[in-house]
Write a protein that binds this ligand. Structure first.
Ligand SMILES: *Cc1c(COP(=O)(O)O)cnc(C)c1O
Length: 460
């Protein structure tokens, strides 16, 4: 059949709408019409482009109905839950950290009921939302004071704007990082009105470089934790404690470090990475640090600024603090997460738990899973020793030993990966050497059941 014949066979929109309306009880006709129009458009383009995905004897009416139905029930443009079988624990594209059960519970309660968000229960009058988070942060970090804002990018912006506007901020050239393509230290600084003063070279910066750059208009030393890349080899940086010594002679200069992830759990002690503990950075006497709530900390999206009270007080008073403030759900989830650290209930925090999972634990999970998989002639499987990643731009050089279920399909890895993405609960996998790897480090027991369903529904 020629293109023109096929085009002539495209059904009229109103006919399809009439048929589908019966199935979609109650759905507004406007919505159904929109879906059918889109479906007709999709198949018209398909025919015009001459792509051979269309069978020349196809029942176009049926195809269009199917497409329209999918559009009506599908939630592609909705936020959907997915299963992260990629082994990247803090997967930025998949929502970074998942929250602990207690954090979720507290969020739900806070959503359903009124709360003391800005009400002092003791005094019976207006209170401040900052008070609800500050005490806990002080306790887990050892800082004098703290404030929480929307995310860590906002934290950096607020600190620069409130404390270094029109002043020179000295940064090592090796730390002028770009994170995820959207957060550039140099651009944030420009936006904030602070004046960037780069020192050193990409691979080497000495204390003397900072010393030489200081003048009466120097407002701040900024250190940026270059968590998402690592320059290896001939490098030299200046630690914040070295800078603290320099600061003694120039007390007007504020020492601020953007820690990026910031660890509250001593991963380094357990041999995982070199992320400093936030409390030890604070103990060294730094003026301010900031870090994300949803990276290594394992809480909700937030930017936490901790340090000297005199600076935090200025941040609290700044108009931007109001613009960048967090909502009650964030406070609820963050407080439960911080409480888990205080109680040393670390394994209740999914991000911490998943990073600490041993390869032996994961190996057992893979073998158990394999026993539940039915034979399918087009699919072969085996167990593979591999590495998971921390993710979120954190500890890029850390390889977490793991085991993966490796699946090979006649039609190739891309086909198989699409099958998993198309599952009712989409499953995100990793591909290597034309095999699909399922890394169970980031998969819970409940999610494994869904994984098994998806594997057992693979066909030729
Ligand atoms: C991730 C990161 C940020 C941005 O934090 P968000 O919470 O994503 O806004 C800023 N600085 C560093 C060093 C980071 O690693």
């Amino acid at each position: 059949m020629a293109k023109s014949d096929l085009l002539r066979q495209l059904p009229a929109v109103h006919e399809v709408v009439k048929e589908i309306s019966l199935e979609m009880n109650g759905k507004p006709e406007k919505e159904i019409t929109r879906a059918v129009q889109e479906a007709v458009g999709y198949w018209r383009n398909n025919i015009l482009s001459g792509s051979n995905t269309i069978d020349l004897n196809a029942d176009l009416q049926k195809l269009i109905k199917e497409t329209a139905r999918k559009k009506l029930v599908s939630s592609y443009n909705q936020i959907r839950t997915v299963i992260n079988a990629s082994g990247v624990v803090i997967h930025t594209n998949l929502g970074r950290s998942r929250l602990s059960e207690k954090a979720v519970e507290r969020m739900t309660q806070t959503a359903q009921m009124y709360s003391n968000l800005e009400y002092n229960l003791e005094k019976g009058k207006r209170g401040s939302r900052h008070d609800l988070t500050e005490e806990l942060i002080k306790r887990v970090t050892g800082a004098e004071a703290a404030i929480v804002v929307n995310n860590n990018a906002a934290a950096v912006y607020l600190v620069l704007k409130a404390l270094a506007k029109n002043k020179e901020v000295i940064v090592s050239r090796g730390e002028l990082v770009e994170i995820g393509g959207s957060f550039r230290v140099s651009s944030i600084m420009e936006e904030s009105g602070a004046i960037l003063k780069e020192v050193g070279t990409t691979n080497k910066t000495h204390l003397a470089d900072y010393e030489k750059a200081i003048n009466e208009n120097t407002g701040m030393f900024l250190k940026v934790h270059t968590s998402n890349f690592k320059i290896i080899g001939f490098t030299k940086g200046v630690s914040s404690s070295e800078l603290m010594r320099l600061k003694k002679a120039t007390p007007h200069v504020i020492m601020y470090e953007d820690l990026g992830s910031g660890a509250l759990y001593p991963f380094q002690k357990g041999g995982i990475g070199e992320e400093p503990l936030i409390s030890s950075v604070i103990k060294d006497g730094i003026d301010l640090v900031s870090f994300s709530g949803d990276k290594l900390l394992g809480g909700p999206q937030a930017g936490i600024i901790a340090g000297k009270k005199k600076y935090i007080d200025i941040l609290k008073m700044h108009q931007l603090a109001r613009v960048l403030r967090v909502d009650k759900f964030t406070i609820a989830a963050l407080n439960e997460t911080l409480t888990a650290y205080l109680n040393e209930d670390f394994l209740s925090i999914p991000t911490v738990r998943d990073i600490l999972k041993t390869s032996d634990e994961i190996k057992i999970k893979v073998y158990t899973l394999m026993r539940k998989i039915e034979d399918e002639p087009h699919l072969s499987m085996n167990i593979l020793e591999e590495f998971s990643q921390v993710g979120g731009g954190t500890m890029p050089d850390v390889q977490l030993p793991t085991y993966c279920l490796a699946l090979k399909h006649e039609k190739g890895a891309a086909y198989l990966a699409k099958h998993f993405r198309d599952h009712e609960v989409p499953i995100i996998v990793r591909i290597k050497d034309d095999e699909v790897l399922l890394d169970l480090r980031t998969v819970t027991d409940d999610e494994e059941k869904i994984l098994i369903e998806a594997i057992n529904s693979v066909t030729a």
